[in-house]
Design a protein around this ligand. Structure first.
Ligand SMILES: Cc1cc2nc3c(=O)[nH]c(=O)nc-3n(C[C@H](O)[C@H](O)[C@H](O)COP(=O)(O)O)c2cc1C
Length: 164
């Protein structure tokens, strides 16, 4: 069996996008969490997925049938990624000092490189995480350079130097 350290080191070398997944609580408060496990799952029907730690407080607001927003962060939003990764006793506090609006009824970070919203279709057991399958209803992309996480640091994507 692979040991924990080897597994962590292996996976830290896998580049991932950085998103802030959002939901509106039943009493109308915004909730957002930094999530790098966001991935494309299916084209027809349009599905995406991401995994949430079972301890994530956002999970309680993302049950099957609930609406969810995904802000795909740009290279200029590293601080935003850190802000939404902080554990706060009152999750709405993560939005203090952050520019945000409501889009399609969900918390939206307007400077993001991309946006998608949809409905949680199902939960899949993922060990200490839960994999959420989301049916995409709307999306918008920009040409903004993406924020990327690898080897425990933030970066962005760039072209390889042309082969000589
Ligand atoms: C770059 C980065 C990527 C992360 N990706 C995930 C993820 O995919 N799933 C997850 O559950 N937590 C992820 N986290 C950790 C959560 O953002 C963090 O535990 C957060 O405090 C959870 O907040 P919540 O309890 O309000 O949901 C990530 C953190 C960072 C810095």
């Amino acid at each position: 069996m692979i040991d924990r350290e080897t597994f962590l080191e292996l996976m830290s070398g896998v580049c991932s996008p950085v998103t802030v997944v959002t939901a509106m609580t039943a009493d109308g408060r915004p909730h957002g969490t930094t999530v790098s496990s966001f991935a494309s799952l299916s084209l027809d029907p349009p599905l995406v997925s991401f995994a949430l730690d079972r301890a994530s407080r956002l999970l309680a607001h993302l049950q099957p049938g609930d609406r969810v927003g995904v802000n795909i962060l740009g290279a200029h939003q590293q601080e935003m990624a850190s802000t939404f990764a902080r554990r706060r006793r009152e999750p709405g506090l993560k939005f203090d000092g952050v520019t945000w609006t409501v889009r399609a009824g969900l918390p939206y970070l307007p400077e993001s490189a991309g946006w998608t919203a949809g409905r949680v279709e199902r939960h899949v057991d993922g060990g200490d995480h839960v994999l959420l399958v989301v049916h995409v209803e709307e999306g918008e992309s920009t040409s903004t350079a993406p924020l990327i996480y690898a080897r425990r640091v933030f970066g962005t994507h760039s072209l390889l130097a042309a082969a000589s």
